[in-house]
Structures are given as structure tokens and as C-alpha cells.
Design a protein around this ligand. Structure first.
Ligand code: UDX
Length: 455
């Protein structure tokens, strides 16, 4: 093939969870708008929607070999590790067939895979296709995972039993404390370390793309660039760079927009724990009581199955229904970006998933942070300590603390200052994705690098 021939197809390999699907599909949209054809390869466990928004994309499904009992018994971390073990061979086989029947190898510029689909590195090497890692978290969390992958699990478990250690700064990761490290709630600490070290071990990609911006975390991005020794491209926030792409795996309930239309400006607390977070009934009741006592209206997205032992909210007592009737609205799944953009929303109570964090920053909405797992703890610390656009709620969930934190954010001067800083950050991230901005230029650099023969 002529070295100068332009390769115009990019293959995406997503992880099958909302928080992972959304940003990689946004990246696909951004690359598509720069003239690339996009092929999305998924396992049968993925349910990426091939909706109208993505009608120009090609979707290919590779059969998986996990049994029903695997699917039921494995926690999320073990599921990912198992998927990586079993996928390499079936991917190679099916991809070989696809190359013969449906797509031309010479047309493929690169394969961009989610950091946790790390089997891709070996699978696509066989086809001599360049691979690029896409991380759905920010650069700081990526740095933390590299550090955490080397932690001695036994020593760490002992250290974490000491509250003083938990609250002390982790060496080299200021302002993160031991307890902010990205341990996962979906497996043991040993599972987290194993998954991270497997992902780190297999990092042979030619570049890393990050859904973040220099104005948010320049020192972590520089550190990553130094440590990885391959180009790092911060191209986010992708939800601003690639508008109008909806990849929601659940049906959005837009009736809440009508309810928001009736509320006063900046008065509503929007609450969501993302696509995986769960909450104990007792904590929800404390939250509901605290919200009620705060006298602020609230919109709550409660996913079916997110309260243990309950299909939706039927296990919650009647008094909770009264609170909602008085000043709340509950949906199963909200049109989150539209909600955050609504002038009635004054604050976002979030589990601090990276997409939610970027979406909140992108609308200048300050946050109440209650992280549950993994990188969310890193994000919460940055929201409170680095960007100073939110308050982290730590310790037991108690109605008095909930009432207080809501008032601090929505009513007090302190909250107004955070809103102002959030608005400043909104302007900065918007500028970064505009033509000439750092993220926009970074995406251009990535695209240009695909045309060089050394990539
Ligand atoms: C997880 C991690 O928390 C995240 O940091 C990582 O980058 C990907 O995996 P998740 O817990 O689902 O993701 O949270 P988040 O990253 O915030 O993504 C949730 C997405 O669902 C957001 O884009 C949000 O807009 C959307 N959402 C959530 C809705 O559209 N409606 C809802 O009601 C709730």
C-alpha cells in the first residue's frame, strides 16, 4: 500500500457500561466529524445502542463464551478480568473473518480500546494494527491506578484499618489521601490491584486519549506524559466537543423537565448515583429527611434495582412519598445533561462519576459529593479541594448533615462562591474544545499523527 494513502476507519472497542459507552461514543462522533468512518466492535454482553444518533457507524458483535452462571456469580471486576481472558482468541478469530468479508485492513487507521478491554492490545497486534487506549476516567485517576497497581495488598489492608492512615495524604499524590485511592466497591482490594496491574502490564498502545482538559488537571497530565512515554491526548470534555450524541442505555424520563419548569431558579438539588451506584434504604431515608428539612426542592434519579431488596422504590415507607409530594420529583433515569442545563437546578448531589463531574462542570453547577467507588473518590477530592466547586459529604449519612450540606450549597454565600467558580471553570472547558483551544488542538494532533507512517 502507498504510504501516503489516507486510512479513514477507526475501530472502537467499548466496555459494556453506561459510564464507559457514553464517552467512547462521543469520541467516535468527534472523530466521525473529522472525516473518519467508525466501526464499533462489541461483545454480546455489550448493549451499545445503534440508534439514529449513530446510524453512520458500523456495529459488529463478537460472540462471548461466558456462561449464565459466570454472568450471575462474577462481580464487576472479576467479570472484566474474565472477559479479557476469554476474548482474545474469539476476537482474533472473528476479526480475521471480518477483515476478509466486511472491512479492509488497509483502511483502518487505528483501534481505540477502552482501557479495561486490554486484551485488545494483543488481539490487534497480530493484525499489525496500531492500538490506542481510551480512558473514561481523568488523568489523575489514571496516575493513581498506576500507583495502586504496585501497592502491596496485605500491607495496604493493614494500613487502611488505621483511621489516621486513611486520612493522611498518600505520598506523591497530594491532595489525595489513602482513602481517596480508587479501590472498587465491586470487588475486593486484591481484585482492584489485580485488574489495574493487568491493565498496566498490557499497556503497549501507541497513544492514550483522555476525556479531560489541560485547564482541569495540567500537572497530572504532564506526569502521565512523562511516565507513559507515548503521546497523551486530553480531548475533553467530549460531551461538549461532540454534542447531540445520545447513547443512553436506559429510557430517559423527560417529564421531570416540566416539573423543573415550575421551580425557582437555582433552587433544585438534582440527585443521581450514575449507572451502577447503589444505596442502603436507611441512608436514603436519612437523605430524604434531610432534604425535606432543608426546604429545598429536589429531583432524584433512582435507578430500578439501586436499593438492595427493592425492585424500585416500593420498599420505602409512606412518609417518604409525602416528602416527595411536598417538594420532590423522582424518575428512574433522567435526561441528565438537559437537567443540569436547566436554570432551576442549583446543585448536583452526585456519586462523582467522571462523566457526571464533567457534565456538571460543563453547566457550571456546584456539587455535593458522595463517592461510592473507584475513581469517584479521586474526583470528589478534586471537586472539593482543587477546583473548589463542591462539598464532600463524608462519614455516616445523617439527616442533620444532609440538611446542612444542602443549605450550604444552595442557600449560603459559600455555595454562591462555588457556583461562581463552577461558572469560571465552565468557560474554561468550553474554550478548550473550541477551535484553537487545548482539547480541540489535541484532537487535531491525534488525527494528524494517524497520517504519519510511524504511528
Ligand atoms: C463509572 C465511573 O463512575 C466513571 O467515573 C467512569 O469514568 C466510568 O464508569 P458511572 O458510575 O456510570 O461510570 O458514572 P458517570 O461516569 O457519571 O456516568 C453516568 C452517565 O449516565 C452520565 O453520562 C449521566 O449523564 C448518565 N445518567 C445518569 C443519565 O443520563 N441519567 C441518569 O438518571 C443518571
Amino acid at each position: 500500500m502507498d504510504e501516503k494513502q489516507v486510512k479513514r476507519r477507526i475501530v472502537l472497542v467499548p466496555v459494556s457500561a453506561q459510564g464507559h459507552v457514553t464517552p467512547i461514543m462521543q469520541l467516535g462522533k468527534a472523530l466521525h466529524s473529522r472525516g473518519f468512518s467508525i466501526t464499533v466492535i462489541q461483545t454480546e454482553y455489550n448493549r451499545v445502542s445503534s440508534s439514529q444518533d449513530f446510524s453512520d457507524f458500523q456495529f459488529l458483535t463478537i460472540p462471548g463464551t461466558l456462561t449464565d452462571s459466570d454472568l450471575q456469580s462474577l462481580g464487576a471486576l472479576q467479570f472484566l478480568m474474565k472477559l479479557n481472558q476469554i476474548c482474545e482468541a474469539s476476537f482474533k478469530h472473528c476479526f480475521g473473518q471480518l477483515l476478509q468479508e466486511q472491512i479492509s485492513r488497509d483502511d483502518i487507521a487505528c483501534v481505540i480500546y477502552d482501557e479495561y478491554m486490554y486484551f485488545s492490545a494483543a488481539a490487534f497486534k497480530e493484525f499489525q494494527l496500531p492500538t490506542v487506549i481510551f480512558t473514561t476516567t481523568n488523568a489523575t485517576a489514571f496516575v493513581c491506578r498506576s500507583v495502586f497497581a504496585k501497592v502491596n495488598a496485605d500491607k495496604f489492608l493493614i494500613e487502611m484499618k488505621d483511621p489516621e492512615v486513611q486520612n493522611s495524604l498518600f505520598p506523591g499524590l497530594d491532595p489525595l489521601r489513602y482513602k481517596d485511592l480508587p479501590t472498587s466497591a465491586f470487588g475486593t482490594i486484591e481484585d482492584s490491584i489485580k485488574l489495574y496491574s493487568e491493565a498496566v502490564k498490557t499497556r503497549t498502545a501507541s497513544a492514550v486519549i483522555i476525556n479531560s482538559a489541560t485547564c482541569l488537571e495540567s500537572s497530572s497530565l504532564s506526569r502521565l506524559q512523562r511516565e507513559l512515554q507515548v503521546p497523551v491526548y486530553p480531548v475533553g470534555p467530549l460531551h461538549i466537543a461532540a454534542t447531540s450524541a445520545s447513547s443512553s442505555l436506559l429510557e430517559e424520563d423527560r417529564s421531570c423537565i416540566e416539573w423543573l419548569n415550575k421551580q425557582k431558579p437555582s433552587s433544585v438539588v438534582y440527585i443521581s448515583l450514575g449507572s451502577l451506584g447503589r444505596m442502603e434504604t436507611k441512608d436514603m431515608l436519612e437523605m430524604a429527611k434531610g432534604l425535606s428539612n432543608s426546604n429545598q426542592p429536589f429531583l432524584w434519579a433512582i435507578r430500578p434495582g439501586s436499593i438492595p431488596g427493592s425492585e424500585w422504590i416500593e420498599s420505602l415507607p409512606e412518609e417518604f412519598g409525602e416528602v416527595v409530594l411536598e417538594r420532590g420529583y423522582i424518575v428512574k433515569w433522567a435526561p441528565q445533561m438537559e437537567v443540569l442545563r436547566h436554570p432551576a437546578v442549583g446543585g448536583f448531589w452526585s456519586h462523582c462519576g467522571w462523566n457526571s463531574t464533567l457534565e456538571s462542570i460543563g453547566e457550571g453547577v456546584p456539587m455535593i459529593c458522595r463517592p461510592i467507588s473507584g475513581d469517584q473518590k479521586v474526583n470528589a477530592r478534586y471537586i472539593e479541594r482543587v477546583w473548589r466547586i463542591g462539598i464532600q459529604l463524608e462519614g455516616e449519612m445523617e439527616k442533620e448533615t444532609v440538611e446542612r450540606v444542602v443549605k450550604r450549597l444552595i442557600v449560603d454565600e459559600e455555595g454562591a462562591d462555588m457556583r461562581k467558580r463552577a461558572m469560571d471553570l465552565k468557560e474554561n472547558v468550553e474554550a478548550s474544545v473550541r477551535s484553537g483551544g487545548s482539547s480541540c488542538s489535541s484532537l487535531d494532533d491525534f488525527v494528524n499523527s494517524l497520517q504519519t507512517k510511524n504511528f
